[in-house]
Design a protein around this ligand. Structure first.
Ligand code: NAP
Ligand code: HSE
Length: 335
């Protein structure tokens, strides 16, 4: 019997840059497969950008494009996806979305570090209206670490989260190991869409630190605003450090780690570390990320994959959007 076609899930998308643009491409590319597999269709009802008059790719329906935040928030949508970055406009969109009892899907780790617990409180207060917050895209790009911490390991006593959480710096370090120059590698990371709009957030360790704060919040319940994270990025001597490590048979990785001691105190840091190439955190190349989650019962679980870039991040956004499907529809995927 043919499956009855459900009404489309309406998406309001804030941001049509590297991540938002890749999400539009992915929804378009997967349209038939999603309908066949899950019986679900999506309609992007509004796309918020900073400058709606700027020339755009032909895939963007100009009729849906706006640079008016209020008009964007008035669009009728089941899911609001935030991929603009920053905390001011993004924060206003996030709060308004949850206050209206809608699902927010965000890729914005800076916002989650600044406002994660407040947004979670809004979800609890408006859950009965449908408010929800999903953040898989904010940490690890296409690596599903948020789902693992929120769902799979929710009942475990977690003791540590360690990883390489920034694709841009890892890309630069990998390229320098191959003999490329720092500035050329950074320019290539920017061209590929790995870097933040302000790449100093990648280079000085802020981006990795924001992500570690979010992971510690999910793993240990620490407040991401107040968790102290000793943070070092790639200093000007990084070329010399990469060369010295290579002579020593080692590689440099920007390692982020948070460990909880038996008293519940969490010690957290981000810093370049020289590692043996066989170390689990050393094996990441280019824009890849790796995250090792340690727990008393399950031991160490390692997740490894593409940590930055439009396509990887869009796949995480789509996974979160699919969480808005009613459970019976989702279960069809495994039937
Ligand atoms: P991006 O390429 O700079 O795109 C940003 C988009 O947001 C653009 O379309 C821009 O409009 C719009 N925008 C920015 N500020 C705005 C404002 N105040 N009002 C309205 N629209 C605004 O950035 P991105 O790389 O896609 O990153 C977006 C978010 O995803 C950030 O939070 C970032 O940290 C996160 N993220 C990025 C990656 C990645 O690999 N790039 C991965 C994971 C998470 P215009 O088009 O008019 O400029
Ligand atoms: N700029 C970030 C990075 C994007 O390089 O990891 C992914 O969050």
């Amino acid at each position: 019997m043919p499956r009855r076609e459900a009404p489309p899930i309406r998406i309001a998308l804030a941001g049509a840059g590297t991540v938002g643009g890749a999400l539009l491409d992915l929804l378009d590319r997967e349209r038939h497969a999603l309908l066949a597999r899950l019986g679900v269709r999506f309609e992007v009802v509004s796309v918020l950008v900073r400058d709606a008059a700027r020339p755009r790719s032909a895939r963007l329906d100009r009729a849906r494009l706006t640079d008016d935040v209020d008009a964007f928030l008035r669009a009728e949508a089941e899911v609001v996806v935030e991929a603009i970055g920053g905390t001011t406009v993004a924060g206003a969109i996030a709060r308004a979305t949850l206050l209206r009892g809608r699902r927010l899907v965000t890729a914005n780790k800076a916002l989650l570090r600044a406002e994660g617990p407040a947004l979670a409180s809004l979800v609890r207060a408006h859950e009965h209206l449908g408010a929800a917050l999903d953040l898989e895209a904010a940490v690890g790009g296409g690596v599903p670490v948020v789902r693992v911490l929120r769902d799979s390991l929710a009942g475990h006593g977690l003791t540590a989260v360690r990883g390489v959480l920034n694709g841009t710096t890892n890309y630069i370090l990998s390229q320098m190991e191959r003999g490329h120059e720092f500035h050329a590698a950074l320019a290539e990371a920017q061209r590929a869409g790995f870097a933040e709009a302000d790449p100093s957030r990648d280079l000085d360790g802020t981006d990795a630190s924001d992500k570690l704060a979010v992971l510690s919040w999910l793993a240990f319940g620490t407040d991401p605003r107040t968790l102290r994270i000793r943070t070092q990025g790639l200093a000007p001597d990084i070329g010399a450090r990469v060369a010295a490590a290579r002579l020593d048979g080692r590689v440099i990785r920007l390692v982020a780690q948070a460990e909880r001691d038996p008293d519940g105190h969490v010690r957290a840091s981000v810093a370049p570390v020289a590692l043996d190439p066989t170390h689990p955190l050393a094996r990441v190349q280019d824009e890849e990320n790796v995250i090792v989650v340690e727990s008393t019962s399950a031991g160490a679980i390692t997740l490894h994959g593409r940590g930055a870039g439009g396509d990887a991040t869009a796949s995480a956004l789509l996974a979160d959007i699919l969480r808005s499907l009613p459970h019976p529809a989702r279960s069809l995927a495994v039937a």
